[in-house]
Design a binder for this molecule. Sequence first.
Ligand SMILES: Cc1cc2nc3c(=O)[nH]c(=O)nc-3n(C[C@H](O)[C@H](O)[C@H](O)COP(=O)(O)OP(=O)(O)OC[C@H]3O[C@@H](n4cnc5c(N)ncnc54)[C@H](O)[C@@H]3O)c2cc1C
Length: 439
Amino acid sequence: MSPASIPPHCDVAIIGAGPAGSSAAALLARAGVDTVVLERDRHPRPMVGESLIPHFWKYTDLTGASAKIEQQGFVAKAGAITVWEGGIHRIAFSDFGFQRPALHVERDCFDHLLLQHAEACGARIFQEVAATRVDANGGSPRLYYRDRRGSSPALGEIKCRYLIDASGASTLVARQSRSKRLAQSRHQFLSFWGYFDNARFLAGDGRGYPFLALGEKAPVTFVLSYEDGWIWHIPLRRKTSVGLVIYRGKAGKKGPRERLRYFLETCRKTPYLRELLQDAAFIGDSLGGRPDFSYHVEALCRENIYCIGDAGGFVDPIFSHGVLNAFYSAVLAALAIQESLKDRSRRQRYAQICEAKIRQFYSFSRALALGDFDVNGVDVNLIKRFMRALPEPELELMLAASHMTRRSQHFRAMLATSGLAELTGGIVDKARTLEHLIV
Ligand SMILES: Cc1cc2nc3c(=O)[nH]c(=O)nc-3n(C[C@H](O)[C@H](O)[C@H](O)COP(=O)(O)OP(=O)(O)OC[C@H]3O[C@@H](n4cnc5c(N)ncnc54)[C@H](O)[C@@H]3O)c2cc1C
């Protein structure tokens, strides 16, 4: 059977079917907007970023994907524990009044589910079709692509009224328009990660349990600092994800063999992690890597082009804001485009509002994760406005999270001097200190 043909025009063309692209597609298609998505790979495709914080559900409620996620039976987690420069902290999500659980998800499965949901909502999705270039001159953007589905690649183009770049770290539009900016060198990181069978896990009581106990005890996301950066340990349904986020200056140049050696050596020698992995087996060939984060994009939204999710910026993933940002920016872009389709004369204004809101979230994440603002696209006033608008449990969770590493001192200092202290006055810090862990 020959592959379905890609239409020559549509209302909205989306590059990439990760959480950002699929969510925007689902929302637009549900609103009756003719939406086409081009996805370079074929799902399920591997992806890093498995820890989701509890308020992600409000976005999947909007897209209509929540019930499908619930049916999957992903691992529900109890909270997070950090061992950061010797101090141990724990947060329990139950302390914040969230009604639904935070999850650890296999991203190949999770992202595939979101893609299928977008398709079920009416979006037309073409996999193994890579966008190659965007031409935004003139009123209607043109998207050029390479279709790899047939026996030989075919080139084509789509004309659309609005274009969404949700191409993730590929940042297609930003690279093309040269508006991608890497963070200052002291905030540049890279990451290696891999998977283990039969690793023990930490539960909210600060004790280690065998992998088989996952059904009975809810795990936490476990984060540790070490001399070259920090480490995550995330139990999934059948395996455990372990990753290193390394300061670029400390990483040096490493070939594949050295990378693997460094990764396994770090796992073997880091206290607590080494005990959790003592009887675990590394899954061969599972080592992945990502260079070049963090970055931001200077022109996020123009009157007919929107850059969302990682295509608009990326922050060190320590507080699991990546997928949340993908969902949030997808909702904003879908709304702005729907309104622009109704009233074309206001489309520039809608794009500006969308851009300001995406930037607010980015600034907030960045200040929290890196203690860094007034530089690298981060604006203190935007952060304050964003925080004032947050529902109390979310604000409280983020404040508690800011105690868990030494990354957020500036963030907390900003709170104290910005008048936000009164806003947070009634909120008790819920990042509890633990004396030790029994792994
Ligand atoms: C090391 C690391 C750890 C992380 N941990 C977490 C975590 O624990 N929790 C969390 O919430 N986030 C985490 N993140 C961030 C999270 O993975 C991302 O923020 C999230 O995947 C962004 O979603 P997205 O849809 O914007 O992009 P992606 O998920 O990257 O999706 C982009 C899609 O676009 C497709 N694409 C790319 N180029 C093209 C093209 N030219 N044409 C067509 N399609 C294209 C890709 O194939 C892909 O499917 C982590 C990230 C890293 C690097």
